[in-house]
Design a protein around this ligand. Structure first.
Ligand code: HEM
Length: 404
C-alpha cells in the first residue's frame, strides 16, 4: 500500500453511536465531512481507502477499474483470513464479469419488476397470515421473530424451493456468515454446512424437479452443482436477512415519528416513502469492498493499483447536494416526502442488488399492512432497551418488542 495518509485512518468496521442508533457510525460521517476519500484500516491491520462521497462511491461501483473479485490478493476483507474460504466457492457477488455476468444471468429473469409484480398477491397473503398469527389472542409480540423475519424468509424459500421448516438452521447459519465478529473456524463450519445443505437439496431436485429456482438451475448443463449451491446460498442469505432488518428498523424508526406513518396509507406516497426509508437506513453499514486494478485519480487522491476501497453507501446516501432538495433539508432526518430515488442502498453498477424489486414489494406490502392493521402499534420496551444488531455486515435489530 503506497499512498500517504491524508488524515487519521478510520477503523472498518467503526463502532456505532448509542445515541443515534439508526445512523451510520460517527467515524464515517466525520470522515465524510472532511473529504470524500479518507485512509482507513481493516481488522487485519491492512490500510485501505474509505470512500464516503456520493460521486466517488458511484464511480467506484460502476468503473471496471475496481474489482469485486475476492480472489485478488489485496481485496479488502472484514474478517482476516477469509479470502481462501470465500474463494473456495465464490458466489457471483464476489466475482467480476464475465464470470459474474454468466452466473447472474441465470437468475435475472426471476427478479424482474414484472415477475415480482405477479408475486404481490402471494406476498400480501404471507404478510396477512403472519399478522393474523402474531395478533391472535395477544396484544404483545417480538416483531422481529414474528413478522419481520418470517415474511421475507418464507417468500425467498418459496421462490428458491427451500423447505421453510428448515428455517431455524439456515437463519442461524446466515447470521454466523454475516457476523463480522465470527471467527474463521465458525465461518468455515457455517459455510460448509450451508453449501452442503444447498448441494443436497439441489441434487434431490435434479431427481424430482419442482416449480422453483433451484430446480430450474440444477437441470442446466452449463452449471455445476457448486455453481447452483453458491448461487442458492447468496439468494437465501441476501433474500431474507436484508429485508427482515429493513422491516424492523423502519418500524422502530416510524414509531419514534408517528406523525409520518399516515404517508404509508396513501398508495401514491407509499413507494417514495419506502425509498426514503431505504436511503436513510442504508442497512449495509459496513460498506461495499472493492480493489483497484489500475491507478485511479478520484476525489483529489490517487488510488493505486492493488489498494482496497470501501464504498460507504450510508454516507453517500446522506449527501446534501443530492438529497437535500432546493431548500437544503437535513439529510440525516426521515422525510417520507423527500425524493430519495437516487439512493444507493441497493448498490450501483453491475453488482446492483438483483433482488431489489422483490425487496421493494415486500417492504411496501409489509409496512402498509402492519400500520393499517395495528394503528395502536407502539414499543413495549423503552427506546434505550431496543437491541440493535451492530456486529453484522447488515445492520438491523435483534428483537423489537411491540404492543398494540
Ligand atoms: C432491503 C433489502 C436489500 C438491500 C438493502 C440489499 C442491498 C444490496 C447491495 C448493497 C448489493 C450490492 C453488493 C455489492 O455491490 O457488492 C446487493 C447485491 C445483491 N442482492 Fe441485495 N439487498 C436487499 C435485498 C435483496 C433480496 C430480497 C434479494 C433476493 C434475492 C437480494 C439479492 C442480492 C443479490 C443476488 C446480490 C448480488 C448481485 C450481484 O453481485 O450481481 N437482495 N444487495
Amino acid at each position: 500500500m503506497t499512498s500517504t495518509p491524508t488524515t487519521r485512518a478510520v477503523p472498518i468496521p467503526a463502532p456505532h453511536s448509542s445515541g443515534c442508533p439508526f445512523g451510520p457510525p460517527p467515524a464515517y460521517t466525520d470522515a465524510a465531512a472532511t473529504a470524500p476519500l479518507t485512509r482507513a484500516h481493516l481488522p487485519g491491520g491492512e490500510s485501505c481507502w474509505l470512500a464516503t462521497g456520493y460521486a466517488e462511491v458511484r464511480t467506484i461501483l460502476s468503473d471496471r477499474r475496481f474489482s469485486s473479485d475476492v480472489r485478488h490478493p489485496t481485496f479488502p476483507l472484514l474478517v482476516p483470513g477469509r479470502r481462501e474460504l470465500i474463494a473456495a466457492n465464490p458466489s457471483f457477488l464476489r466475482l467480476d464479469d464475465p464470470e459474474h455476468a454468466r452466473l447472474r444471468r441465470m437468475v435475472t429473469g426471476d427478479f424482474l419488476v414484472k415477475r415480482v409484480a405477479a408475486l404481490r398477491p402471494g406476498i400480501q397473503r404471507i404478510v396477512d397470515e403472519a399478522l393474523d398469527a402474531m395478533t391472535a389472542g395477544r396484544t404483545e409480540a417480538d416483531l422481529v421473530a414474528e413478522f419481520a423475519l418470517p415474511v421475507p424468509s418464507l417468500v425467498i424459500c418459496l421462490l428458491l424451493g427451500v423447505p421453510y421448516d428448515d428455517r431455524d438452521r439456515f437463519q442461524a447459519l446466515s447470521r454466523t456468515l454475516l457476523n463480522n465478529k465470527s471467527t474463521l473456524e465458525q465461518l468455515t463450519a457455517a459455510q460448509d454446512e450451508i453449501l452442503d445443505y444447498l448441494r443436497d437439496l439441489a441434487a434431490r431436485k435434479r431427481a424430482r424437479p419442482e416449480d422453483d429456482i433451484l430446480s430450474r438451475l440444477v437441470v442446466r448443463d452449463d452449471l455445476t452443482l457448486d455453481d447452483v449451491a453458491s448461487t442458492g446460498v447468496l439468494l437465501l442469505v441476501a433474500g431474507h436477512e436484508t429485508t427482515a432488518n429493513m422491516i424492523s428498523l423502519s418500524t422502530a424508526l416510524l414509531l419514534e415519528q408517528p406523525e409520518q406513518i399516515a404517508r404509508l396509507a396513501d398508495p401514491a406516497a407509499l413507494p417514495g416513502a419506502v425509498e426514503e426509508l431505504l436511503r436513510l437506513l442504508t442497512i449495509v453499514h459496513t460498506g461495499l469492498p472493492r480493489v483497484a486494478l489500475e491507478d485511479v485519480e478520484l476525489g483529489g487522491e490517487t488510488i493505486r493499483a492493488g489498494e482496497g476501497v470501501i464504498a460507504m453507501l450510508s454516507t453517500a446516501n446522506r449527501d446534501a447536494e443530492v438529497f437535500g432538495g432546493v431548500d437544503r433539508r437535513p439529510t440525516d432526518e426521515l422525510d417520507l416526502d423527500r425524493d430519495a430515488r437516487r439512493h444507493m442502498a441497493f448498490g450501483f453498477g453491475v453488482h446492483q442488488c438483483l433482488g431489489q424489486p422483490l425487496a421493494r414489494a415486500e417492504l411496501q406490502i409489509a409496512l402498509e399492512s402492519l400500520f393499517r392493521r395495528l394503528p395502536g402499534l407502539r414499543l413495549a420496551v423503552t427506546e434505550g432497551e431496543r437491541e440493535f444488531r451492530t456486529d453484522s455486515f447488515i445492520y438491523g435489530m435483534r428483537s423489537l418488542p411491540v404492543t398494540w
